[in-house]
Design a protein around this ligand. Sequence first.
Ligand SMILES: Cc1cc2nc3c(=O)[nH]c(=O)nc-3n(C[C@H](O)[C@H](O)[C@H](O)COP(=O)(O)OP(=O)(O)OC[C@H]3O[C@@H](n4cnc5c(N)ncnc54)[C@H](O)[C@@H]3O)c2cc1C
Length: 447
Amino acid sequence: MSSPSIVWFRDDLRLADNPALRAAVDRGEKIIGVYVLDEESPGIRPLGGAARWWLHHSLASLGERLRERGGALVLRRGPADRVIRDVVTDAAAGAVFWNRRYGAPERDIDAGLKASLREDGVEVASFAGSLLFEPWTVKTGGGTPYSVFTPFWRACLSLPSPRAPLPEPREIDAPRTPPASDDLDDWDLLPTRPDWAGGLRETWEPGEPAARARLHGFLTDDLDGYDRARDEPSAGATSMLSPRLRWGELSPFTVWHESVDHGHAGGFLSEVGWREFAWHTLYRFPDLATKNLRPEFDAFPWPRLKPSHLEAWQQGRTGIPIVDAGMKQLWHTGYMHNRVRMITASFLIKNLMIDWRQGEEWFWDTLVDADGANNPFNWQWVAGSGADAAPYFRIFNPELQAKKFDPRGLYITEWGADTGIDPIVDLGTTRKRALEAYDVVKNSARS
Ligand SMILES: Cc1cc2nc3c(=O)[nH]c(=O)nc-3n(C[C@H](O)[C@H](O)[C@H](O)COP(=O)(O)OP(=O)(O)OC[C@H]3O[C@@H](n4cnc5c(N)ncnc54)[C@H](O)[C@@H]3O)c2cc1C
């Protein structure tokens, strides 16, 4: 009797270069794809609004692509360990395959499930599909993990090259009656009252085919000029691949090999290296989104939160045009250019003196690429409390940043920042205040 294989899709919503799917095809039995919306397991961070929008459309695309090849995607909701065990029982499955996750709560779920399914005689195997280098394979000569990016990336580059991407299966044979599935629309992932997703729809087409098209467009049109123009927010010079990598519509192995084949890819791949570094850091510090990586920052004297300042920042009404343009781009498109992410984050932390965790949460809710490692890692980088972080005392002047990276004001105009309103804080005074606060951190580190 046939014992189908389950492929548990998570942050890898693709058919190409999907090692778990490939293992199921090689096993030769019928295949059932499963996605679990898990908002209940302990420690799992609920998705933000923009991420839910992306997930809806990416799952719709994945389901369609699986069905075109004869496969099936079963959608279920609930704690992942119970749900997967239910699907195994319903389908009388003989094997479960998945690509690894690296956050601590996710690893706990996966390890527990692997052990209990194996006890029941179900074959289980997990694969490397989301990172180029497994976190436990990159170590200093002394056997410890790296905390500085440059030697980390040098060490990665000295390892054997990442494996070649696996081809996409042409046929995926599902059982005649797969287990029952939820209806995607019933998950209410899309905003309705109000429907704020118009700008997201204008900007993005989630799903693997559009992700591949974007990679090819970037490599053909933009990669050669990337190093020169990547810091100019109006230039459209970066890849916009972050949500594709976040949701695994593209594998980093595909990005790596296609970029290397194109040539001149060193600068671009080192940015992909920052993604690796962020995930390796999360693997070591599971509380990255809530705890300062450098404990001396626990002494930081955050003043009492001024809700009106936080709201002005969120809504792009601070009176600092480059900050307001960035926050408007974020709200409209679910994306913000990297240079402007740094400027807006620095302004929140250092000029408004609002705890980086408040900013991290807003980005978590509004970014389509909101990523469990990249987002807190970069917030801590800007705050100075993180790994290989910008020193706290290096305080961006947002007006000088705008002069340097948006000299003709194209980005500010594009996003309709109001250039006629008074800044909500004085940049000079708040800079001084931030440096005084930092002295408290320094003194606490000394004592
Ligand atoms: C405060 C703050 C928050 C951020 N939050 C996120 C987030 O939630 N999700 C996210 O993917 N990126 C985040 N970033 C990193 C970076 O801004 C985005 O990855 C980048 O802007 C995405 O645009 P792109 O794909 O065109 O990048 P490209 O310049 O084309 O870079 C290629 C890829 O490299 C990776 N990458 C680039 N820069 C970084 C970086 N600094 N850290 C980690 N990976 C990087 C991304 O996967 C990106 O798609 C954040 C940065 C800051 C300063």
